[in-house]
Design a protein around this ligand. Sequence first.
Ligand SMILES: [Zn+2]
Ligand SMILES: [Zn+2]
Ligand SMILES: [Zn+2]
Length: 494
Amino acid sequence: MDTICPIDRKCASQISVLLHPPPPPQVQEYFEELISSRQCRGIKVKQNGEFGKGVYADLDFKEGELILKDPILVGIQHPSNKIDCLVCSFCFQFIGSIELQIGRKLYLQSLGVSANEACDNEGSSKDFCDTNSADEEDDCYVKECKKLGNCASSSSSNGKVTLPEALVQSLMNGELVLPHSKTFCLPSAIACPGGCGEAYYCSKKCAEADWKSSHSLLCTGKRSEALSREALAKFIQHANDTNDIFLLAAKAISFTILRYRKLKAAHLKGQNKHTDPVELDCLELSLLLEAWKPLSIGYKRKWWECISLPDDVDCSDETAFRMEIRDLAFTSLQLLKAAIFDQECEPLFSLEIYGNIIGMFELNNLDLVVASPVEDYFLYIDALPYSEKRTAEEITQSLLDALGDGYSVCCQGTAFYPLQSCMNHSCCPNARAFKREQDKDGQATIVALRPISEGEEITISYIEEDLPFEERQALLADYGFRCRCAKCIEEETT
Ligand SMILES: [Zn+2]
Ligand SMILES: [Zn+2]
Ligand SMILES: [Zn+2]
């Protein structure tokens, strides 16, 4: 396919350097640093020819033992899930209170159907918390809710009991305290310091970390460092309407730009003499490469080349389908470029790089899941001794009825985990991603499924491993490989 993006031609040589896998010693060094910073000394990443990389046990692990906690490099909560769960935009733990979680969700449910219609008149996103209202926090939630309500699926309010608006409001503003909710204390929600009214955090620490990592460029609020907040709003709207993977790609690009700026500032501080323009060009590329390193590690292919053909697309239309996907990515990239372009990081705005970043997420497909404390709360009430339960349920039962089956919806999104993404698949894995009771945020948690001895490769299953052989292989083809694990070799020959 010919390129349609002028930057692809202009920056061809820098792009090929960026997409060239880093030399093995550099990769090794990167992972060693990462592992030591995570204090999970029981593993190491090794490069192995045919399959690229693998994670190996450096110690013996017992069944059920924790192998790794892997923080998110970049991650997003699915926009549709924002209606169900209010979580920290950086670490993805639930925030606010049980009352706020329930009240906010009921409020959005009540907006459900009609809000969809209102959506058209309202135009695209404006800043809902923009108007000198930093002190009116309750109001801010309501506005945030209205905005989300615009995207609320109409099905969410079907067949459910609706509660009086005053009751819902009193849950949201903290006037009503539910029985036993203190057992499920959540960190209070801190609004984004940039004033977007969209991002909330569990702590100042998370707010600052997110700001430095990517949000300062992607915030739609007053203090945003984006070139154009209107352009940014258009980009976000386009991603919400088409594919939220673009939001994750935008985070990856912002993350790299901000790292680049930081590296450059540190470099310039360290030397006083004037650098000549040729040296400066080389310097900029080497700093960009360094900034890009965490993302350079992941296995990549262009999105429109690696995306699996949907069932409803005929094979004869495959080329047209792939062109359409490429054009969609190009549209998204142009919107993002208008919002956050940085001349010194120009190659990042090539379609080639954008396509490869999205393809990396597609091929690594790592789900972000955090269990809901609201579910735990209702289970706790249900398990109370009879008389206590009866008293509590006088208040909680109507809420549970109004929430319907959705009471237990967990936080869902997509994230890139640097170490987990190096773990290879097996249909008879020795480890799995499993959140224990104490794991309340978005980090990947990997535990041993059976005893693992030192030197053994640690494997997880990317799919439901109990499916029949052919179905497994078909699903794994979407990840771009044919499985040759012991189980598959055995089943293939029988
Ligand atoms: Zn947090
Ligand atoms: Zn913000
Ligand atoms: Zn297999």
